[in-house]
Design a protein around this ligand. Structure first.
Ligand code: THG
Length: 265
């Protein structure tokens, strides 16, 4: 499982405050802690700061890269903000994300074309949020084909079928899971990713539900996630599910997670 640490996100109060005060120490601690806990990418998101998002995103990338060699997942719906952050990012970033929304698609595609950047292809279009498997697959098909035609390698594409709350519609969990399985079957070598905490919106014991959903998604082929790597029980659930799904040679990662103390109660 490729782990994208979610904690540097301005929708979190402490992070918004740190950004406003330009408190590098708080951001750098979050970056270092997530890297140490096993994050492969550090997500950076300053989306709540309208008008200042580009400036703040750039500041986040700079500060994160001072303390860890893990690359960033540059998380913004605004192609201009992504481009500004890219100018100073070192190494190979993950662009979070392109979608089929026309403006976003048209301005991000030339930035991605022919590069080795990794990219999240979010199953969203100008028609809004997809609900069924078919909605998601139609969008995924167009996004993946467009990227491949522009010389983005299949193995650098992470399709996000978009998780929606099961409290809103009882079918939303299964629609997502079926989409993951179908996408992994349809495009050889591709990846699937999600920010899975949306599944539990509006319900109690969210962390518990998120972990349940993670194990189900892994069994259907999900191989990347935007998540909190400091949640030890989530990390344990990932290691357990991957071993059980036959994704962990000799259960090496499972054993490593055990030795790291992720199974302590
Ligand atoms: N898809 C893609 N990108 C995304 C999302 C997605 N980026 C934003 C979001 N959804 C994923 N990021 C977050 C970041 C923080 C939280 C949730 C989603 C969050 N964290 C808890 C908190 O602040 O209380 C802490 C973590 C925990 O509870 O374990 O809420 O869907 N492509």
């Amino acid at each position: 499982m490729l782990i994208i640490g979610e904690l540097i996100n301005s929708s979190r109060k402490a992070v918004a405050e740190a950004i406003e005060k330009q408190d590098a120490e708080t951001i750098q601690k979050l970056a270092g802690d997530q890297a140490e806990a096993g994050a492969d990418f550090i997500d950076v998101n300053a989306g709540t700061f309208v008008g200042k998002e580009s400036q703040y995103l750039k500041w986040l990338v700079t500060n994160v890269q001072e303390v860890t060699d893990r690359p960033c997942a540059i998380d913004s719906p605004d192609p201009e903000a992504i481009q500004v952050a890219l100018e100073i990012h070192k190494g190979i970033p993950l662009i979070n994300s392109i979608s089929l929304e026309k403006e976003r698609y048209d301005s991000l595609l030339p930035i991605l074309a022919g590069t080795d950047f990794k990219v999240i292809a979010l199953c969203m279009s100008d028609a809004g949020m997809p609900e069924s498997v078919e909605d998601r697959l139609k969008i995924a098909d167009q996004l993946v084909n467009g990227l491949i035609q522009n010389n983005v390698k299949t193995e650098n594409i992470f399709v996000d079928p978009l998780v929606q709350p099961v409290s809103v519609n009882k079918t939303f969990g299964m629609e997502f899971l079926n989409a993951v399985e179908e996408i992994m079957k349809r495009f050889e070598g591709i990846h699937t990713v999600c920010g899975l905490s949306n599944i539990s919106y509006g319900l109690p014991a969210r962390k518990f539900l998120n972990r349940c959903f993670m194990t189900m998604a892994i069994s259907r082929g999900l191989d990347a996630a935007i998540m909190n790597p400091l949640d030890q029980q989530m990390m344990a659930a990932v290691a357990g599910a991957e071993a059980l799904a036959g994704k962990d040679d000799f259960c090496m990662n499972y054993l490593k997670a055990f030795r790291a103390g992720n199974f302590a109660d």
